[in-house]
Design a protein around this ligand. Structure first.
Ligand SMILES: Cc1cc2nc3c(=O)[nH]c(=O)nc-3n(C[C@H](O)[C@H](O)[C@H](O)COP(=O)(O)O)c2cc1C
Length: 237
């Protein structure tokens, strides 16, 4: 039997992870940020180290666009405007649709937690839509990251980029930074391409918000649960 109940551990999100294990256990998605900019030297170091991520035959199918300052503000404005016109995403990638019952339960639980923390009633669609738009202002993060590829989009490219994303997120913890990976930032790729002057062949796979977490925000406090190891991992001899 799985357990979704063991969640609210106390995690110091403003601390700096001192080991990989520490980074793994203290990372969770941050959806409320301080406006304090991330220092250029930190961004340089973080992204230079992140390139150590593994990929299929070392093909490194990614390009990273790190957006801060006025450019970040403009992109937040444009993406929100675009999302208000029509919420229907038009991503370059295929977003998943059908999910098994177990996953639906976990997704429902996540929704309850996020909207609960944001003080939003489940039935209040207007408030939920408004919160959804926070994705497009990067939840207040001073830096937005877009990951693109010119490779043919396929399963292994997605795996490679997943490895890359996680490397960025874990490294971020060793600088005391928070992150949230966001499919939402790939919803309107034409806006991203236009604003970053990218070729049509540059496909937007995923985005990520990056910054210093607001330490007291309830949105940053919940630590999503995981299934029991015995339900997921089988050991053989
Ligand atoms: C590929 C991917 C896409 C995601 N897209 C979004 C998103 O668009 N908006 C959002 O708020 N969170 C997004 N998330 C964050 C997940 O909801 C979160 O990782 C999950 O609930 C587990 O919680 P944790 O990151 O706090 O451990 C995404 C995560 C992944 C891996």
């Amino acid at each position: 039997m799985s357990s979704l109940s063991s969640e609210t551990e106390s995690i110091d999100i403003s601390g700096i992870a001192s080991s990989v294990e520490d980074a793994i256990f203290t990372r969770h998605s941050i959806r409320d940020y301080l406006s304090k900019p991330v220092e250029d030297s930190v961004l340089q170091e973080l992204f230079s180290k992140s390139l150590r991520a593994p990929s299929w035959k070392n093909s490194q199918p990614w390009k990273v666009h790190v957006v801060s300052g006025p450019k970040r503000d403009r992109m937040a404005e444009l993406l929100q405007e675009r999302a208000k016109q029509s919420e229907t995403p038009v991503p370059d990638t295929i977003w998943p649709t059908g999910f098994p019952a177990d996953a639906k339960r976990r997704m429902f639980d996540l929704g309850m937690k996020i909207y609960g923390a944001a003080g939003i009633e489940r039935k209040d669609k207007e408030a939920r839509d408004k919160f959804m738009l926070r994705n497009f202002e990067f939840f207040g993060a001073p830096t937005a990251v877009f990951i693109t590829t010119e490779f043919e989009l396929n399963f292994y490219i997605a795996l490679d980029i997943g490895c890359f994303l996680n490397t960025i997120m874990l490294l971020a913890r060793s600088y005391g930074l928070g992150t949230v990976p966001q499919a939402a930032l790939s919803a309107f790729p034409e806006v991203v391409r236009k604003e970053l002057s990218l070729a049509e062949s540059e496909k937007v796979v995923c985005g990520l918000s990056l910054g210093y977490p607001k330490p007291d925000s309830v949105l940053n406090k919940f630590h999503t649960p995981r299934e029991e190891v015995s339900d997921i991992v089988k050991f053989y001899k």
